[in-house]
Design a protein around this ligand. Structure first.
Ligand code: ZN
Ligand code: ZN
Length: 301
């Protein structure tokens, strides 16, 4: 089969490799669509993977073409989305079905071969059958969508809350869409690129709800927009010190700060900013990956 294979840092090659051999409980998925995650770029070009050679790609969808040992034939021909995390099944978080916190997990596209290939071996329990109305291209985005849903559920914004999303990468953009769809009307967003502004306008948000952080004083803008009260819920989707401090500074009394962005460096807070967490009795929440349990209330269904 044809595949993109990573042989080392900054050594990604397109070529012919053997089709994956199916282990117990796996199916062969013919990959029909795959997306490039923001994390694929450093993984491929700067930081590297856990082992080589590796087929990257953890955001993909396809059609089940072969059932491996121990898998019923019922999946054959089914269109499927894919949860890329392969949990160990025995650790504490796995026992309570919080697989996103598994202590010893595999991961398609970073710890084992993923979706930048014609075929991928996927554990059958990681499949999610696609409803008729969902295209395979759309389904390749299920993973980042579920990550955004997970972040939203961690912070639990209510209908009347003033919600800020800072950082408009894929997850930030999806968060804005889901917040609006969930009926949160008071959404303010902070970006720093022209295409982000245009994408935000397409969601139906007013131009006045968007702040370009390059243009001026973001803190002043947000305080004016909130009559000095700050946010009830602040999603930090960047992962740098400046926006981390901003998130704390711009969240009002008993507000929630949800840390979404992967850190680009050490994260520190000045003492004055740290005080605000205490004095404003803020809840600072982390979010990681997404929940996938096959139940209707997980982040994928
Ligand atoms: Zn990703
Ligand atoms: Zn586990």
């Amino acid at each position: 089969m044809k595949a993109w294979v990573l042989y080392g840092i900054n050594d990604l090659r397109y070529g012919t490799v053997a089709e994956p051999e199916l282990k117990e409980g796996e199916v062969l998925v013919a990959v029909k669509a795959a997306a490039v995650c923001g994390s694929d770029i450093p993984r491929i070009y700067r930081t590297g993977a856990y082992s080589y050679p590796l087929v990257p790609g953890h955001e993909f969808a396809g059609i089940v073409e072969k059932a491996g040992p121990g898998v019923a034939d019922g999946w054959l021909g089914k269109r499927t989305g894919i949860f890329p995390l392969v949990p160990c099944g025995v650790c504490g978080p796995c026992q309570s079905r919080r697989y996103e916190m598994c202590r010893d997990y595999g991961y398609l596209g970073s710890r084992q071969d993923g979706g930048f290939a014609e075929y991928a071996a996927v554990p059958v329990r990681n499949l999610i059958e696609l409803p008729a109305g969902v295209t395979l291209q759309e389904a390749a985005m299920l993973e980042p969508m579920a990550v955004a849903v997970h972040a939203m559920r961690r912070a639990r914004p209510m209908a009347g809350d003033r919600v800020v999303v800072c950082g408009l990468g894929t997850i930030g953009m999806l968060l804005v869409s889901f917040l609006l769809e969930a009926g949160i009307r008071d959404v303010l967003v902070i970006g720093n690129k022209e295409f982000q502004r245009q994408a935000i306008l397409k969601t139906g948000l007013e131009e006045t709800c968007y702040c370009d952080s390059r243009a001026g004083d973001t803190e002043k803008w947000l305080m004016e927009r909130t009559e000095g009260k700050g946010a009830d819920v602040f999603f930090e989707c960047v992962g740098i010190n400046g926006t981390f401090s901003q998130a704390v500074n711009l969240t009002g009394p008993v507000g929630r700060v949800c840390l979404v962005g992967n850190p680009g460096s050490d994260m520190t807070l000045e003492r004055e900013v740290y005080w605000k967490i205490l004095r404003n009795q803020l809840t600072v929440t982390g979010t990681w990956n997404s929940s996938f349990t096959h139940e209707a209330d997980d982040d994928w269904h």
